[in-house]
Design a protein around this ligand. Structure first.
Ligand SMILES: [Zn+2]
Length: 361
């Protein structure tokens, strides 16, 4: 965390907010100076530099609609309520307790929200943004004060790409001993073999390669030696994948795949993770399965199973094959199309591996 917060340009906190939870803190860094909720659903904030802020989401109940709120250090002078429009019922500024300012965004009951995709992004030392709803809702901007900085300090688009790249930063990933472990990630299929082809032509080979590369990046940042069995669209048979992992005597082997259902049924979705033998393989599979389910709400848990797939049967280290969703399923395919979801899945797989290594390694 400290390494990340030292980065002067971008403070970022990835936060997974879960739909069913009551109250989940989203830690972030920055007292409220100005705010604006824009027509495109993006809430922008300007705060004092170097303060911490925490964000929360709570599902609707009999009294309130869905609420999102952020607490800022420092007490607010004039609590107030600002009437909303479109999907927003109202925005409240209050002091829930001494020394704290709270900005509450309350949504109207029928608003569709997907808090799982919400991320507070720090644009610089004192500016933040979070996208709360889609532009399909017509909404007239509400705000107080000036959130934009002086022109000279506005970030270039190149910088914002960098920010995008960091949206799956590994703040909450467990630490393991540096330079101790070696992991092989095996993106399924490749080249002439596209694997499963799903809705809208989405191809397994593309999805799993991208996810694998992100897993590699996340694990590498934790001091793990990570090798991919393929780095591009090449034809790669199963035996060389196995012998590669066996030859370097990897600690863990994870083959990443996506599913297709017979008859391409759109109603079949879900995640599953296979191992072939051993309690270690099973433990690794359970850990990964648990994490990928967390980032795929609504997608069925097809379980951790024993499977006789070549790559997990013939590798000598704890090995699993993870199916990250059905490309033929409406729910899974729509998600796996998106970069943001691929990153979350990669993050989840990396987390599963790291937790395993920190326990067993
Ligand atoms: Zn496959």
């Amino acid at each position: 965390m400290s390494k990340f917060l030292n980065n002067k340009l971008f403070h970022y906190l990835a936060a997974f907010l879960f739909l069913n939870s009551n109250t989940i803190p989203v830690k972030s860094s920055s007292a409220l100076a100005a705010w604006a909720l824009n027509g495109n659903g993006v809430l922008e904030l300007r705060t004092k530099s170097n303060t911490n802020l925490k964000a929360y989401f709570q599902k609707s109940n009999q009294i309130y609609g869905d609420r999102f709120w952020i607490d800022f250090p420092g007490e607010l002078k004039n609590p107030r309520i600002i009437k909303g429009n479109g999907p927003i019922k109202e925005i409240r500024l209050g002091k829930p307790n001494k020394g704290t300012t709270r900005l509450v965004v309350e949504f109207k009951k029928e608003t569709y929200l997907n808090p799982l995709t919400w991320r507070i992004v720090g644009l610089d030392q004192n500016r933040w943004r979070i996208k709360l709803f889609r532009p399909k809702y017509s909404f007239n901007k509400i705000g107080e004060g000036l959130v934009k900085k002086r022109r000279g300090n506005i970030r270039t688009s190149r910088d914002s790409n960098f920010m995008q790249k960091k949206t799956y930063d590994n703040l909450q990933l467990p630490n393991v001993k540096q330079n101790k472990f070696s992991v092989v990630i095996d993106p399924g299929h490749g080249g002439p073999d596209p694997g499963a082809v799903g809705i809208g032509g989405i191809r397994e080979t593309d999805v799993v390669l991208e996810v694998s590369k992100i897993v590699k990046e996340l694990l590498s940042e934790k001091g793990i030696k990570v090798s991919l069995t393929r780095k591009s669209e090449v034809d790669l048979d199963l035996p060389p994948r196995v012998s590669f992992a066996n030859n370097i005597d990897a600690d863990v082997f994870v083959s990443i795949h996506a599913n297709a259902s017979r008859g391409k049924r759109k109603d079949i979705n879900g995640l599953e993770t296979f191992y072939y033998r051993g309690w270690k393989g099973r433990l690794l599979a359970k850990g990964i399965q648990k994490q990928i389910l967390r980032v795929s709400p609504g997608s069925p848990d097809r379980g951790v199973k024993q499977g006789r797939f070549y790559v997990i049967k013939n590798t000598r280290m704890p090995a699993v094959l993870v199916e990250i969703g059905f490309l033929t399923g409406r729910l899974d395919a729509r998600r796996l199309e998106k970069n943001s979801h691929r990153k979350r899945i990669a993050y989840a797989i990396a987390k599963g591996i790291l937790e395993y290594l920190s326990k067993v390694g």
